[in-house]
Design a protein around this ligand. Structure first.
Ligand code: NAP
Length: 314
């Protein structure tokens, strides 16, 4: 473990340190043979995930990183050498709030003295699809923040997370049980649709660590953190092979998919956001996976092998 309190080590300020991405960044830094000081942010320093951070040697810093709390947000970044920034769209599902918070984090990190910012962005699906899929607000907002960061006057790198493997155990992506006892992955996409997949909790952080440990901070860089690209047919096949359960892929229409989301009570704009996200998957291009990572990230088959499926596939 190399998280230190020694003031000669660079101080990395980590947003979302109790969450999937930020937590992964903290653990990747802790595993490095280089020494870091880490300041990890949370709104609740008493929660179990925050206590775990303290045990690792992280300086846990309680702060709510919202625009209404601007003064405290600025204080939070004072003295940071580098900052890892992430926003959580799903907590409020509001693109304008995500953009405002993302910009505030960049401004605060810069004002605090950071000489490099690593931001967890996503591409603009509106732009990639030339306006065909205009509703993917949880991507488009992050792309606005990325553009802002690139003009901010501080070295800025975008490390986008691929699709988490864990998405497929949660509604609306989890397979449904059919009358014959088998399971069907019901998605409004063709079997050949490819996704970049990552087991975010163990692996997202190694991409950020890679960026931080390059000989020169790659200002302007864009990386996508994923272990592999896999089409949804192979995803279902490997899932079946790894669990011994029958999991087929059933292509449903966009309308059927939206009805599932509506009947689960999701707000109308999120129904559009999630359905456009899936429909746009075929429009993605993927920047290359960074070479020279400290270890290989876990592939979907690894995830299938190690996860506990006893409840989901019962
Ligand atoms: N699921 C996917 O496939 C995927 C792929 C790419 C990108 N993403 C993006 O990933 C983002 C979420 O990241 P994650 O998965 O790491 O989230 P997560 O595991 O749900 O954790 C959210 C983190 O954000 C912190 N946080 C939220 N609001 C905060 C606030 N107001 N002040 C301070 N801290 C705050 C939370 O801290 P406390 O609760 O401890 O305060 C927590 O550490 C989303 O924007 C999503 O769009 C997801």
């Amino acid at each position: 473990m190399t998280i230190t309190q020694d003031s000669s080590a660079p101080l990395i300020a980590v947003v979302g340190a109790t969450g999937a991405q930020g937590g992964s960044v903290v653990r990747a830094l802790a595993e490095s043979d280089k020494s870091y000081r880490v300041r990890g942010f949370t709104r609740d320093a008493t929660k179990p995930a925050a206590l775990e951070l303290s045990k690792l040697g992280v300086a846990v810093f309680a702060v709510s990183l919202v625009v209404e709390n601007e003064e405290e947000v600025y204080k939070a970044f004072v003295g940071a050498d580098f900052a890892f920034l992430v926003t959580n769209f799903w907590e409020h599902v509001d693109i304008n709030r995500e953009i405002a918070e993302g910009k505030l984090l960049i401004d605060a990190a810069k004002a605090g003295g950071a000489s490099g910012i690593v931001w967890s962005g996503l591409p603009s699906i509106s732009k990639i699809s030339a306006g065909k899929f205009p509703h993917v607000w949880h991507f488009d907002g992050k792309a606005v923040v990325t553009e802002y960061g690139r003009q901010a006057g501080v070295p800025f790198v975008d490390v986008q997370a691929g699709s988490y493997g864990v998405n497929f155990i949660n509604f609306p992506f989890a397979p449904v049980k059919l009358a014959d006892g088998s399971f069907a992955l019901q998605l409004p996409v063709s079997p050949t649709t490819v996704i970049p997949i990552i087991d975010a909790i163990p692996d997202y952080g190694i991409f950020v660590r890679h960026v931080l440990e390059l000989p020169v901070f790659p200002d302007g860089g864009e990386f996508v953190a994923y272990a592999e690209t896999i089409n949804v047919k192979d995803l279902a096949l490997q899932w079946s092979q790894g669990t011994g359960k029958s999991i087929s892929l059933r292509q449903i229409t966009a309308e059927e998919f939206k009805q599932r989301l509506e009947s689960a009570g999701l707000p109308p704009h999120i129904v559009l956001d999630l359905s456009d996200t899936l429909l746009a998957w075929d429009e993605f291009g993927f920047p290359a996976v960074p070479q020279g990572l400290v270890r290989s990230p876990r592939k979907w088959a690894d995830y299938v092998k190690d996860a506990d499926w006893s409840k989901l596939l019962a």
